[in-house]
Write a protein that binds this ligand. Structure first.
Ligand code: MG
Length: 413
């Protein structure tokens, strides 16, 4: 049996304040999409993986998508357009095609196998969770607020659709054709249902959760941590249990986290000198792939470090043409969005610039204001100090400028 998996990550959906698409947000130090990709790569029953990504990713995909066995295609306007593009790229020899949403990073091999078997047998199958809460029917009526319950539904028959969803190729072809003909649907199963195909239910657990909010991210992180600790009780913990654990960790440590950052760039002729987003007049400037703003780089590493969210090289690699000549103050803003998404706010930053020349005192207020704006804090929360190295070593000889920075974060949620 030839099985193809389509991982849908073509959306540009950003939550409020996030500077990166959801699928690139970090979970346990890895982008969300990478978790799904690795789950399918690890599944011996999947022969081919098509990853649908935002079109702008194709020219220079992240490292974890540059592997054998992965085919990348551009996403479309709506989710169903992205899946249709994935279907076109899937081998015509596919017997079963799986569709998985990158917002469910904790899918596992067992679940993938069960939904493949169910689809191979019945034509179509989806992973779904049995409703555990009591289901109320409270339709919107004009602008009436608050809503009023009309009735209570029997939850016995209610299932909440998840992914992966699996289809025999002929069934998915019909579903995709309906979508292309203009039928709107929030999942492929709905299109298959409309085409008259029975769709089986494979029960999925709470672990296959959808990560779409900052709170979901905290719960998913807590689940992963519990598993890494090898605690079997926590392995089967409910969402509530995981949330309680995350909450306990917050209360215990007052939610404060510190991070340090360091960077150094060489001074060369023919480059402008940019420090903290401010152009400082100087006969030489700093060499680098981006604008080489050594102050922003050190502070970016400090804030990412405090959130344990990787480092500047991981998020904005200098091997990536997207970041050539990039404004580092913009990268700092993006790093702050990651920090906010991880559930932290910045308390303060303190940076020390080590440079023989030029004299930085006159530029300090502008640098502080620029950094404060990028960090989204008051100037009083930003300290920038300048030192020389007394003529000692490369920095002291004026061959380079170095910056040390620390940042303090506090949990915001
Ligand atoms: Mg640097």
């Amino acid at each position: 049996m030839h099985v193809t998996a389509i991982i849908a990550a073509g959306g540009r959906g950003r939550r409020l304040g996030a500077a990166v698409p959801k699928q690139a947000l970090l979970l346990g130090g890895r982008p969300m999409l990478q978790w799904s990709v690795e789950a399918f790569l690890a599944c011996g029953r999947v022969n081919e993986i098509v990853v649908v990504v935002p079109p702008e990713w194709l020219a220079s995909p992240p490292e974890y998508l540059r592997r054998g066995g992965l085919r990348l295609v551009a996403g479309g306007e709506r989710r169903q357009d992205s899946v249709a593009n994935g279907f076109d790229a899937a081998s015509v020899a596919s017997d079963v095609i799986l569709i998985h949403d990158a917002a469910r990073p904790l899918v596992d091999e067992g679940l993938i196998g069960r939904v493949i078997d169910a689809a191979a047998e019945g034509g179509a199958a989806i992973v779904a969770a049995a409703a555990r809460d009591t289901i109320k029917w409270a339709p919107a009526k004009g602008d009436e607020v608050p809503r009023v319950i009309e009735r209570t539904l029997s939850r016995d028959a209610i299932y909440l659709a998840q992914t992966p969803q699996a289809f025999r190729r002929d069934v998915l072809r019909e579903a995709v054709a309906l979508g292309r003909a203009g039928v709107e649907a929030t999942d492929e199963a709905a299109l298959a249902e409309q085409a008259g195909h029975p769709v089986r239910v494979v029960e999925g657990g709470a672990r296959n959760m959808k990560v779409t909010t900052g709170e979901d991210l905290v719960i998913a992180e807590a689940l992963l941590r519990a598993e890494a600790d090898g605690d079997r009780r926590d392995r089967t913990a409910s969402r509530a249990g995981a949330l309680a654990e995350a909450g306990g960790a917050r209360a215990g440590d007052a939610g404060l986290r510190i991070g340090s950052g360091y960077d150094l760039h060489r001074l060369v002729e023919g480059r402008p000198l940019i420090l903290g987003g401010v152009h400082v007049p100087c006969e030489r400037g700093l060499a680098g792939h981006s604008d080489a703003d050594v102050v922003c780089h050190a502070i970016t590493d400090a804030v990412l470090g405090a959130a344990a969210a990787g480092d500047i090289g991981q998020h904005f690699p200098d091997t990536d043409e997207r970041w050539r000549g990039a404004s580092s103050i913009e990268l700092l803003k993006q790093a702050m969005a990651l920090v906010h998404d991880a559930g932290y706010r910045l308390v303060n930053v303190d940076a020390t610039i080590v440079a023989e020349r030029p004299k930085l005192g006159p530029h300090r207020p502008a640098i502080v204001a620029s950094l404060a704006a990028a960090l989204g804090v008051a100037p009083a929360a930003v300290s920038v100090k300048a030192k020389t190295n007394e003529g000692v070593d490369a920095v002291g000889c004026g061959a380079a400028i170095a910056v040390h920075a620390v940042a303090l974060l506090q949990r915001s949620k």
